[in-house]
Design a protein around this ligand. Structure first.
Ligand SMILES: NC(=O)c1ccc[n+]([C@@H]2O[C@H](COP(=O)([O-])OP(=O)(O)OC[C@H]3O[C@@H](n4cnc5c(N)ncnc54)[C@H](OP(=O)(O)O)[C@@H]3O)[C@@H](O)[C@H]2O)c1
Length: 257
């Protein structure tokens, strides 16, 4: 499918590994210049398909650095056509076991950067009269899971924020959407099943089985499958889609809509 993304400039945050990295690769393969921001990045620009991945060192826990990120991309590359708002995931713990410090840390990584980046990207795209913002979120905003209260709580606020942004930007030709991601095979997922196996005295394979049993398709996603769905939302093929939340979870969310 022709996505119409070539020659554009994209920013993907938390993009050195996992879903962020897969999304950066997907957009580069479509011909975009992709600024891939994370804490541990190389220095070399990678050519990929007709596009390229430009590494950019940025720590989302640094409020000033996060505030400056969109302006840096525009200064280096002239515009911002696609902004993928991805963040690192929080600790997995029951609400009653969380400390206030853990709540504050999660706020600072899951919600505050989304507001800063979404606001800066929205202002830039409104000036341009075009652009597309996609929030990488989680199915846990629709169907909470054990230990996922930080994710459910702050991502729900982030969802409300981008929904509002979509309304404010629609008349300017800027679209804003969300991808609700289900279980995906990344380093984070590996860390979660290993932690559960330690806590429950089970094997990692047994913990993987528990995750997968809840997914009607009988498996979790490859990061590249999530990236494909993000690329669609970011692209011209979603030209009348704004303010929406697309679910990519192998059928795991039980709600009808
Ligand atoms: N995997 C799943 O099943 C799943 C499902 C639903 C939602 N999600 C959510 O999707 C997001 C990505 O998940 P993932 O599985 O791709 O995670 P991952 O494989 O652990 O990758 C996390 C990324 O975040 C970056 N990062 C960590 N701390 C950072 C910081 N302070 N500043 C900037 N970048 C930082 C990491 O790069 P550096 O370490 O180089 O900074 C890495 O690129 C998370 O919010 C996760 O909760 C994941």
């Amino acid at each position: 499918m022709y996505l119409g993304l070539e020659k554009g400039v994209a920013l993907v945050t938390a993009a050195s590994r996992g879903i962020g990295r897969a999304t950066a690769e997907r957009l580069a393969l479509e011909g975009m210049t992709v600024v891939a921001a994370a804490r541990t990045v190389g220095t070399d620009v990678e050519d990929l398909g007709d596009g390229r991945i430009v590494p950019f060192e940025a720590d989302l826990s640094d409020t000033e650095a996060t505030a400056a990120l969109v302006a840096s991309v525009v200064e280096m590359h002239g515009s911002l056509d696609v902004a993928i708002l991805n963040t690192p995931g929080p600790v997995i713990k029951p609400a009653l076991d969380l400390t206030w410090t853990e709540w504050q840390a999660a706020h600072d990584l899951l919600l505050r950067p989304v507001i800063q980046l979404g606001t800066a990207a929205g202002r830039q795209m409104r000036r341009q009269g075009s652009g597309s913002i996609v929030l990488l979120s989680s199915t846990w905003v629709r169907q909470p899971a054990a230990g996922g209260v930080l994710s459910t709580s702050y991502r729900s606020a982030a969802s409300a924020f981008v929904k509002s942004l979509a309304g404010e930007l629609a008349a300017s030709g800027v679209r804003v959407n969300q991808l609700l991601t289900g279980a995906t095979g990344t380093d984070r997922m590996q860390g979660i099943v290993e932690m559960k196996s330690r806590n429950n005295g089970t094997t990692v394979e047994q913990e993987i089985e528990k995750v997968v049993t809840d997914i009607p398709m009988g498996r979790w996603a490859e990061a590249s499958e999530i990236a494909d769905a993000v690329a669609f939302l970011a692209s011209e093929r979603a030209s009348f889609v704004t303010g929406s939340a697309l679910v990519a979870d192998g059928g795991a969310v039980r709600a009808a809509h």
